[in-house]
Structures are given as structure tokens and as C-alpha cells.
Design a binder for this molecule. Structure first.
Ligand code: IMP
Length: 419
């Protein structure tokens, strides 16, 4: 029996959903610990595609308990929609298999409006993430609203009014002609869904988690380089997708036997911010097309580039990653040669540490031969072409962490185990 955490090693979209789906087979409980509706985990089962934003991927397996931790910010209306969509696809979602911490903060319409008004510079998803964490952390400028507040309509009314007044000031700061939001509407809507949502609300997720110690799966959203502390600030999200976020995000401290880093065989990034290995040419275009690199949440095109092992090594250090799952290797199958970044230079000198600002860094590359073959049908290591195996070996040796699984397509079965 073991506890596992799955963490993105890049800027998100590494393909964590598929790994989580495979790993849930062994888990009694799947936990989300940070982020919110900005996340988008796509899982393909039997040719059917499920896009999850707030609900842990364990929901797709019968008998698994799914927990949304206290540091996940949740738009309750979007959550109910996600629940309904899953139910309409025949997936069981009930208060028995989905629990939400009563400390989780609510993302409401005014957070999304503020995000769209003020977050353009970093290219946010527009899901109200930054403003929700802002009201959480600011505590009284105005105060955040938590699921537990739904039990107290009078308190809720005061808090919604305070938040809406604040937001309307801010909205007119960004745009004098901005349309304002109405506290009465928001309150009415919230009271309207309260009875649907409260059965899912849990006062003590910690006990539920610890009751299944030894069979836990923690599902990180986003990735290390989007972490508000570890990442490429300010082009980051507002939470900690890194391992520390798992503890503050659930208020218990299980021992993780498997700290699995998910590493895509190349790099992508959505939104703005520095990206040293970005390819703005036909190779980048090909990776985007072959890898279907369009955001699950926003539909935006993802920027594509070569694999950055300097960043991956940093990610291993930040998270204590002890196993790697390499995803989407098949996407590289049309390249004659593949570049891999092993370091950065700046102003003519080689960087020793992954720097705080990577804006002016230039990637240093080694070139490896491509395999020019469709590998999506391979199921065993020996079914891979020699050059593909050498690519995997190079990554493994450079990072000094075992690659345990390689993805060669979106389907659950398109996976090669390297044990
Ligand atoms: P926010 O999380 O919506 O505030 O967006 C901040 C930055 O993180 C933007 O560049 C987003 O594109 C990026 N981001 C947020 N969530 C994800 C994700 O799940 N995958 C990839 N990028 C994300």
C-alpha cells in the first residue's frame, strides 16, 4: 500500500489526467489540493473524452472517494454544472463519492469579472482564480467567502454585499464603462443552489483522508513553473501546485511514497511569460497540431517548444520527485532531429541554478536523432524504435530519476510501463 502524489513538472498540461486515471485503480481516495476551475484534465476512456476542471479524476472510477481540499477555489455554479455533465454521461456523482472542504473558498461572478478586467497582462484563464485567492489572503479587503458560510444566510448577505461593492469600484478603475455586478442577484443565485451544494460539504476532510492512509492519490493541477513561489512569477497562477501545496491544501501530512513528476516529451505553455525553448516555426506548429495543444479550459492555442531538462531538474528538486512519467512521446514522431535543452546561458555565461527570472536566458541544446515513426501502437519498451529508447535514456540519465511510464497516445491503453 502506498500514497502517491502526481505533480506537473512544467507549465501545466503535461497530461496528468491520464496518469491520475491509471493510478486511481490502486487508490481509495483521490484528492485535489490547489487551483480551481483554471485546471483542465482530459481523460479518454474507451474513446470517450471527459474534461474535468474541479472534480478529481477519481470520479471516473466506481468506488473511489474524491475530495476537494481547502485550498481549492471553487465556483459552486460551475461545480454543479460539472456534476450534472458527468451524471448525464452515466458517471455516478453523489455526496458519497465527492466531498468538498467547508473551508474552500467560493469563486463567484465578481471574481471572474475582475480576473477578465485585470489579468490580461499574464494571460489568465479568466476563471477568477487570482481574485479569489486575493480575497482569501487579504482577509478583509474584502473578506473571502467559504462553503461553511452557506449555512448562515445573513452573514453571507453581508459578505456578498461587501465583495460586490469592492469589485464594482475595482471594475470602474479598470474600465470606466464596465458593467457592474449586483449583490442581490449573486445572493439570490447562491441561496438558490445552497441546498444542492451543502450535501457535498465536509467539515473534516482530514479525517477522511487519514482513514485511507496508504491508499491516497493526490492530484496536482497546473505545474511547478506556474507555482506562485517556485514558478516564473508574475506569469504564474495564484496557488502552490508543488508538493508543499498538498499539505496546506488538505491540512494533513501523509507520507508520499511515490512523488510522480509528469513530464511531457516537449514543452508547452499557455498564457504569457518567458519560455526559453519556445519554437515559433513550423516545428512548433507541428507539435501543436500533433499534440492537439489547445487549452481544455479556454480553448487557447498552447505555445510549443523543445523539452527543457534544466527546468525539469529544478522541478525535481522543488518537489522531491522520485519517479517520472514521460507523456506524449508519440507527438515527436515526425521530427528528423530533436533538440533537448540541458542548460541556460545569460549574457554569455552558463547559469548554475535555475534563475528567478528566466526572461533573458538562452537555451543550450544537445541534438538527438528522431525516430520518424508512428509509435502510438507500442505497448512494451522493446516495441519502441532505438532512437526513441535513446531519447528516454538520455532524459533519465540527465535527471537521475527513473522513468516509470511513457505515454504514446491519449488512450488509457496507450501506455508503456518501464518497471
Ligand atoms: P490563472 O491560473 O487563471 O490565474 O492563470 C495564470 C497563468 O496560469 C496563465 O498563464 C494561465 O494560462 C496559466 N494556467 C492556469 N491554469 C493552467 C492549466 O491548468 N494549464 C496550463 N496553464 C494554466
Amino acid at each position: 500500500m502506498s500514497n502517491t502524489i502526481v505533480i506537473g513538472m512544467q507549465w501545466g498540461d503535461e497530461g496528468k489526467g491520464k496518469d491520475v486515471d491509471i493510478l486511481t485503480e490502486e487508490a481509495d481516495v483521490v484528492v485535489r489540493y490547489q487551483g480551481g476551475g483554471n485546471a483542465g484534465h482530459t481523460v479518454v476512456i474507451g474513446g470517450k473524452k471527459y474534461a474535468l476542471h474541479l472534480i478529481p479524476s477519481g470520479i471516473l472510477r466506481k468506488g473511489t472517494l474524491n475530495i476537494i481540499g481547502n485550498n481549492v477555489v471553487v465556483n459552486p455554479f460551475r461545480l454543479l454544472e460539472e456534476i450534472k455533465d458527468l451524471q448525464n454521461s452515466g458517471i455516478e456523482v453523489t455526496p458519497k463519492n465527492l466531498r468538498i472542504s467547508d473551508r474552500s473558498h467560493l469563486t463567484l461572478e465578481y471574481h471572474e469579472l475582475l480576473d477578465s478586467a485585470g489579468g490580461k497582462g499574464i494571460g489568465v484563464t479568466g476563471r477568477g482564480i487570482g481574485p479569489t485567492y486575493f480575497s482569501k489572503v487579504s482577509r478583509s479587503f474584502p473578506t473571502g467567502i467559504r462553503f461553511c458560510d452557506l449555512y448562515y444566510p445573513e452573514l453571507l448577505k453581508d459578505k456578498v454585499t461587501e465583495n460586490v461593492n469592492f469589485t464594482n469600484h475595482m471594475l470602474s478603475f479598470y474600465d470606466a464603462n464596465a458593467s457592474m455586478c449586483s449583490s442581490r442577484n449573486i445572493l439570490e443565485q447562491l441561496l438558490g443552489i445552497k441546498d444542492d451544494i451543502l450535501p457535498f460539504v465536509e467539515p473534516d476532510i482530514g479525517s477522511l483522508i487519514l482513514a485511507h492512509d496508504g491508499s491516497l492519490l493526490y492530484e496536482g493541477a497546473q505545474g511547478t513553473l506556474l507555482d506562485v513561489d517556485a514558478g516564473t512569477y508574475p506569469y504564474v497562477t495564484s496557488s502552490n501546485p508543488t508538493i508543499g501545496g498538498a499539505f496546506t491544501g488538505t491540512l494533513v501530512h501523509p507520507h508520499f511514497h511515490n512523488i510522480i513528476g509528469i513530464l511531457k516529451a516537449y514543452t508547452t505553455r499557455v498564457g504569457n511569460g518567458p519560455f526559453p525553448t519556445e519554437l515559433e516555426d513550423e516545428v512548433g506548429e507541428r507539435l501543436r497540431r500533433r499534440g492537439v495543444e489547445f487549452g481544455t479550459t479556454t480553448g487557447r492555442q498552447r505555445r510549443c517548444g523543445w523539452l527543457d531538462l534544466f527546468a525539469a531538474a529544478y522541478s525535481i528538486r522543488v518537489n522531491g520527485i522520485n519517479k517520472i512519467s514521460l507523456t506524449k512521446l508519440d507527438v515527436l514522431g515526425e521530427e528528423d532531429a530533436i533538440e533537448v535543452c540541458f542548460g541556460y546561458s545569460r549574457d554569455g555565461g552558463k547559469m548554475i541554478h535555475f534563475p528567478t527570472y528566466i526572461d533573458r536566458c538562452k537555451p543550450m541544446y544537445v541534438e538527438l536523432p528522431g525516430w520518424k515513426r508512428d509509435i502510438s501502437g507500442a505497448r512494451k519498451p522493446k516495441e519502441l524504435p532505438k532512437n526513441a529508447r535513446e531519447y528516454i535514456d538520455y532524459i533519465q540519465k540527465f535527471l537521475g530519476v527513473q522513468i516509470v511510464r511513457v505515454g504514446v497516445g491519449p488512450g488509457r491503453e496507450q501506455t508503456i510501463e518501464f518497471q
